[in-house]
Write a protein that binds this ligand. Structure first.
Ligand code: XMP
Length: 517
């Protein structure tokens, strides 16, 4: 275990991911965690992340020097590097020589462990105003840049080291290598954390938690719930019942994939609720996006609750109890909501949310420690089909918020066809993993004139919204190759009767959102 002390969330998560990419398990703790608490977890090493503060700012988060005398190797990055320098008696100053962005770095000590075997000149990503101007006692200064005379230091005997730049970002050419030098050469970690270990460990944990009780899991068609369910299935087999609510707002083939491919690859016991008519009824006459979301959410809870009751009743008839509900909560959600441990009450989670008091479950959250890319690897390891594992993020309200206007069965059929063509062509062009997602939107209340064959048409436009993003908080429109766009446009206008125009959304987020509603 390597603990990343979080001085600024987006940096800490990226560092933890990079450590895990080096096959060393890593978790994040807030910088307010007491040293005694950190040590109690017996970490192999501690990494202090970057952060937005200056060590001289009022209320700047400090580091307790006791962290460095406990015999646990430690690595400081950017702010963490400066905080470490300051805590150990070095000097940090505002030199007026800030560095932001790609910066040349010169390795000044050939015997450095951090830079062993790496080029003596390399480009690194900097983002700092203050600089360390004197390393603490006992440290060798091993690299410098124009604005940072002490850009890296190390004291191998104590297992302490730090760098001013950000090794975790891809713009630092040898960043991952430097991080690995610290982990393996300075801290003595072993690269043993692998996907099959994760599966093994989770299976054991789930078995211990669940015992011989029964478990219910709601499947959404998305990656997270599928992998969570597959893990629980691997652990406790038939004690698990999955519930899949088909609300009719899924894309072409998705319901079938859950009902057939998922069941075939996992052997899971599945209860399918066909609620398509019910959802269409609830959506009738609604055009406001929030009203649609509310109606879909409300119906979903009602249908899921009813199905869960049936599972409970069915189990009761066999003298068993249903005690657990599976949730596909991921590590970033855990970190962002304060990282608490323990069994949360279902009411505080709104993925399934709002279940009534007489349906109390304990939660099984087998993905709580994983990042999305790790969830995908686990899914593949468990034998789930690529079509499920590599599915693009898809909003809970589904196609319901991709029809601008009232949702009707006819309109859903049009959108489903157009969307299937876009997805097929993007996959064929090998672009699935390059884009974050590509919503396809039907402007159902807009009509456009076209000419097809000999006649005038009066149809609806389709909008393609391909975006690239790291986390959906910000996004840029994807510069897709023209020939791929051309194929999608030609096919949609030829094959989908009601559509006579295909348009491309070239708005970044902000100011646009990814979805149109
Ligand atoms: P926006 O449109 O806000 O989308 O830029 C950001 C990400 O969230 C997804 N999204 C939703 N997911 N329920 C969901 O579960 C929703 O109501 C919802 N609205 C948007 C969207 O697909 C994108 O990945």
């Amino acid at each position: 275990l390597v603990l990343v002390v979080d001085f600024g969330a987006q940096y800490a998560q990226l560092i933890a991911r990079r450590v895990r990419e080096a096959r060393v398990y890593s978790e994040i703790v807030p910088h307010t965690t007491a040293v005694s608490e950190i040590l109690a977890r017996r970490p192999k090493a501690v990494i202090l992340s970057g952060g937005p503060s200056s060590v001289y700012a009022e209320n700047a988060p400090a580091v307790d020097p006791a962290l460095f005398t406990a015999g646990v190797p430690a690595f400081g990055i950017c702010y963490g590097f400066q905080a470490m320098a300051q805590a150990l008696g070095g000097t940090v100053e505002k030199t007026g020589r800030s560095e932001f962005g790609g910066t040349p770095l010169l390795v000044t000590d050939e015997t450095s462990r951090l830079f062993a075997g790496l080029p003596s000149e390399q480009s690194v990503w900097m983002s700092h105003g203050d600089s360390v101007t004197r390393a603490p006692e006992g440290f060798a200064v091993v690299a410098a840049s124009a604005g940072a005379p002490v850009a890296a230091f190390e004291d191998v005997t104590r297992g302490l080291a730090g760098v001013q730049f950000h090794p975790e970002v891809l713009h630092s050419a040898h960043g991952q290598a430097v991080l690995e030098r610290f982990l393996f050469e300075v801290a003595g970690c072993e690269p043993t954390w692998t996907t099959d270990n994760i599966v093994e460990e989770q299976v054991a944990t789930i078995r211990a938690q669940v015992g011989d009780k029964r478990v219910v899991c709601g499947l959404s068609g998305g990656v997270d719930s599928a992998v969570a369910a597959a893990l629980v299935q691997r652990a406790v087999g038939d004690q698990l019942t999955c519930v899949f609510v088909d609300h009719g707002l899924l894309r072409k083939d998705e319901a079938r994939q859950v009902e057939e491919d998922f069941v075939a690859s996992t052997g899971v016991k599945l209860k399918v609720v066909d609620a398509r008519e019910r959802f269409l009824g609830a959506l009738a006459g609604l055009t406001d996006p929030e009203a649609k979301r509310k109606a879909i959410g409300r119906e979903f809870i009602r249908v899921f609750e009813q199905a869960a009751r049936e599972v409970v009743a069915d189990a009761g008839a066999h003298g068993e109890e249903v005690e657990f509900l599976v949730q596909g909560t991921l590590y970033p959600d855990v970190v962002e909501s304060g990282g608490g441990t323990g069994t949360a009450n279902i009411k505080s989670h709104h993925n399934v949310g709002g279940l009534p008091d007489d349906l109390q479950f304990s939660l099984v959250e087998p993905l709580r420690t994983l990042f999305k890319d790790e969830v995908r690897k686990v899914g593949l390891e468990l034998g789930l089909p690529e079509a499920i594992v590599w599915r693009q993020p898809f909003p809970g309200p589904g196609l319901g918020i991709r029809i601008i206007g009232e949702v009707t069965e006819d309109r859903l059929a049009v959108l489903r066809e157009a969307d299937a063509i876009a997805r097929e062509e993007l996959s064929a062009a090998g672009l699935d993993r390059e884009i974050w997602q590509c919503p396809v939107v039907l402007l159902a209340d807009v009509r456009s004139v076209g000419v097809q064959g000999d006649g005038r048409t009066y149809g609806h436009p389709i909008v393609l919204r391909p975006v690239s993003s790291e986390d959906a908080m910000t996004a840029d429109w994807s510069r897709l190759p023209y020939d791929v766009l051309a194929r999608i446009s030609t096919r949609i206008t030829n094959e989908v009767r009601e559509v006579n125009r295909v348009t491309l959304d070239i708005t970044s987020k902000p100011p646009g959102t990814i979805e149109w509603e």
